[in-house]
Design a protein around this ligand. Structure first.
Ligand code: HEC
Ligand code: HEC
Length: 210
């Protein structure tokens, strides 16, 4: 029995060590990938013309199933494009476009879209959804990673003002552990959510004005 406990403790420790090492390795890789230069907005604007059909000229998509990428953190956009390019986040549509991009393209596109202004979708949300949504995001620590106003930071995306159907779909995928996820933290975070909370959560997040 005692031996079993030791084994469990060792196993848990080595697992978290592996996870930490994996996160550190990915972060180091992203650090090498992401240029900190502020140049690239103009290059990004030119390169973004191929993206405009779906994401809008300024990153505000009109289709509710396509995410708006205006005002997403730069590091998140680079990470997402990198994940699609490497096939670690599955999307038949996005992989086709990401495959053609160099690391310099990733940076220029991210520089352009991250500096565009978001026009959040207009909608009326009832007070009960607002208070319940707030409660869920605080209870589940969403605000700890995505920031208090849910505008995202570094490699963590903005949720505020994103299209509701897109958010709902992503939350269902994370909960089912089917959304390719850069370091596994978001898949873990979604496990505490109840299925019936997901739609309300998506409504709440999309109604927030960043
Ligand atoms: C034919 C339509 C289409 C085109 C063109 C397109 N995208 Fe996308 N994009 C999508 C869809 C649909 C998704 C959501 C995919 C998913 O479910 O992961 C997406 C997702 C993304 C995401 C992830 C956003 C998030 O919040 O997770 C980024 C970043 C992105 N696209 C950037 C680009 C860039 C940059 C280009 C141009 C090089 C581009 N896309 C071209 C349709 C498109
Ligand atoms: C430990 C940090 C952490 C916590 C806690 C967390 N998230 Fe995330 N979340 C992330 C990261 C990192 C990503 C980006 C994953 C990726 O694309 O690789 C993400 C992505 C997302 C996305 C996808 C958005 C998009 O544009 O593609 C949604 C939706 C989301 N989180 C909602 C939530 C909600 C709701 C909660 C609270 C229940 C939450 N998150 C808690 C770190 C976190």
């Amino acid at each position: 029995m005692k031996q079993l406990c030791y084994w469990r403790a060792w196993h848990a420790k080595s697992w978290s060590l592996t996870a930490a090492l994996r996160t550190a390795a990915v972060l180091a890789l992203l650090h090498a990938l992401i240029s900190t230069s502020f140049a690239g907005v103009e290059e990004g604007r030119v390169k973004s013309q191929v993206c405009a059909a779906c994401h809008g000229v300024d990153g505000n998509s009109v289709s509710p199933s396509v995410p708006s990428i205006a005002a997403q953190p730069k590091q998140f956009i680079v990470t997402a494009l990198y994940m699609y390019r490497e096939g670690r986040r599955k999307s038949d549509v996005m992989q086709v476009f990401a495959e053609k991009l160099s690391n310099a393209d990733l940076n220029d596109l991210a520089q352009y879209f991250s500096t565009q202004k978001l026009n959040p979708p207009a909608q009326d949300i009832d007070a009960q959804v607002m208070s319940k949504g707030l409660e869920i995001t605080q209870k589940n620590n969403c605000v700890a990673c995505h920031t208090a106003s849910l505008v995202g930071q570094q490699h963590i995306p903005r949720l505020a003002g994103q299209h509701q159907p897109y958010l709902f779909e992503q939350l269902k995928l994370f909960k089912a552990a089917q959304r390719g996820d850069f370091d596994g933290t978001m898949t873990s975070a979604a496990q505490g959510l109840k299925s019936e909370e997901l739609e309300m959560l998506a409504q709440y997040l999309s109604s927030l004005k960043p």
